[in-house]
Design a protein around this ligand. Structure first.
Ligand code: ATP
Ligand code: MG
Length: 206
């Protein structure tokens, strides 16, 4: 990709001229991007970095004193470093589906009930104008496991306050989620320490 970028310039074009052209292009794109609205960011794919990226956005929002609502679906029983951190943040509300992983509970009815309960809190965030950023962590599985109705989720996203941002994480996002999102990134799994038998590390994985 970087190669193509450089190929655009005729051979011999000076560094300064190339950078000036680049600057003109970037400046004009920045000027065109003048719409201010709440966006949906969808982070999917099999690689590590989806939930932790959503927490990066939470940090950004808190830095501006914004209000944040976080619903963690499929949270698992183990507390993470961020749970301890978030509990101390006055501008953060949380809803945890603390049921353990589905392969541990092996009880679809119970998991569905827990998903519905967590969703009702998430839906509250999506109706609340005072919440600036909503994180719906691991939401994609609620759709793929059919714990939650997809149309109900799409309606709640569509009807949320105009300036509210939403971050959705989870593998194998559905086409409808990809369609409704404004920004979609797929994290690709190239290598993961776990496959070299390194256990989940505090501060990095949990
Ligand atoms: P993180 O929370 O670290 O950003 P993630 O949200 O992208 O990870 P999940 O699928 O939600 O990924 O998995 C959460 C946990 O599983 C984390 O501890 C993470 O390090 C680990 N994990 C993520 N991807 C992989 C992978 N490809 N192989 C093994 N473990 C993984
Ligand atoms: Mg995750």
């Amino acid at each position: 990709m970087a190669d193509n970028q450089y190929k655009k310039y005729p051979k011999g074009t000076s560094y300064r001229a190339r950078m000036q052209r680049k600057k003109n292009h970037i400046d004009s794109r920045i000027q065109e991007a003048n719409i201010d609205k709440g966006i949906i960011v969808l982070l999917t794919g099999n690689g590590k970095g989806k939930s932790s990226s959503s927490l990066g956005m939470v940090c950004r929002a808190l830095g501006y004193n914004m209000q944040v609502g976080i619903a963690k679906f499929l949270k698992g029983m183990q507390d993470t470093g961020e749970d301890a951190f978030l509990a101390k943040q006055p501008n953060v509300q949380t809803a945890f589906m603390k049921t353990g992983f589905t392969w541990d509970t092996q009880d679809k009815e119970y998991d569905t009930a827990m998903a519905v309960e967590t969703w009702s809190k998430a839906q509250g965030y999506l109706k609340d104008k005072s919440i600036d950023l909503v994180v719906l962590d691991e939401l994609t599985y609620m759709i793929s496991y059919k714990y939650l109705d997809e149309q109900m989720i799409l309606d709640a996203l569509n009807n949320r306050p105009k300036n509210q941002h939403v971050v959705i994480t989870g593998r194998a996002a559905s086409k409808s989620l990809i369609d409704i999102a404004d920004t979609v990134s797929e994290v690709k799994d190239i290598k993961h320490a776990f496959r070299a038998n390194i256990k989940a590390q505090k501060g990095v994985d949990l």
